[in-house]
Design a protein around this ligand. Sequence first.
Ligand code: CP
Length: 311
Amino acid sequence: MNHFLNINSIKDLNKTVQDALALKANPYVYSSLGAQKTLVLLFFNASLRTRISTELAAKNLGMNVIVLNVNDAWQLEFEEGAVMNLQSSEHIKEAAQVISQYASIIGVRAFPTLSDKAKDQSEWILNAFASYATAPIVNMESAIAHPLQGLADAITILEQSKKKKPKVVLSWAPHPKALPHAVANSFVQTMQRLEVDLSITHPEGYDLDPSIVKHTPVSYHQSEALQNADFVYVKNWSSFNDYGKILDPKEDWMLTKTKIGDAKFMHCLPVRRNVVVEDTVLDSPQSLCIEQSNNRTFAAQIVLKQLLESL
Ligand code: CP
C-alpha cells in the first residue's frame, strides 16, 4: 500500500479485518516495527477519536508522533499557478515536501467545503498531499471519505455478528447542522465488500452519491427498512443533489427504541443525544458506539503496520 486514501486502498479487506482483530488481542506484538519512524498528524478540523486513537496506534507500533493543528501554521495555498498576494503564505508544494522530510507517514484530516461540490469531489486537499508529499498519506477523514472509520466499523460488525450474513441498515437521521457524506460513503463502500445484507434508508432528497451507492437497495420508509435488522448504523448527511443543504429537518427520523427493535446500534460519534438517537438506545447494551471507537485504534494500527511494511 503506497497511500491509504480510501477503503479501496486495502486490497484484502477480510484479511485486514482479521489481522486488526489479532492486533486487538495482542497490541504490542509489533512494538519494534515503527522504531525510529515518525507519524505526523495534520488536522485542518476538530477531532477527538481520530486524533487519540491514531496516535495510540502509532505508539503501539513504536513510532514517534507529532501532531499539528494546521490552523496554527501558515495558511496554505492549493491553486496551481496562484499569485499569492492575498492571505495564503505557503504553497502545498513546499509544505508537503517539507513535512515529508520530518515524517515517515503523514495523516491528514480535512473536511469538505459543502458549498463547492466539484472541489469536494476532487478531494483537493487530500490529493494535493498525495501528489506533493514523498511520504505515504493516511486519510483521517477527507471531503468525501472516512476509511479509518469504515474499517473500524467492519471490525466491529465482524467481531459482533452472530450470523454469517447479517442484515445491516444505514439510516439517515436528523441533525441541526449540515454534515458531510464521508462517513456514510465509507460505510457503504466498506460494507459492499463484506458478506452482509446491506441497505440504506433516508428521506427523499437525501440520496447519497449514486457512484457510491451503486446497486445497494435504498428505501424512503425507515421503519420498513429497519425490520429484522441485525445492525442499524445511524448517521446524518446533507443533500448531495442540492449540495450541502438541509432540505427538511425530518425530526421524526430520530432513531428510537421502538424503531430499532433488537438490532445493535452503531454510530461513529460524536452524536447529538435525543436528536439523532434517543437516550434509551444509546444507554442500552444494544449500543456498540463505544466499542466502535475502541476499534478505531486497531483500524489505524493495521493500516500503519501495512504502510510501515512497505516503506
Ligand atoms: N468518528 C470520528 O472520526 O471522530 P472524531 O471526529 O472525534 O475524530
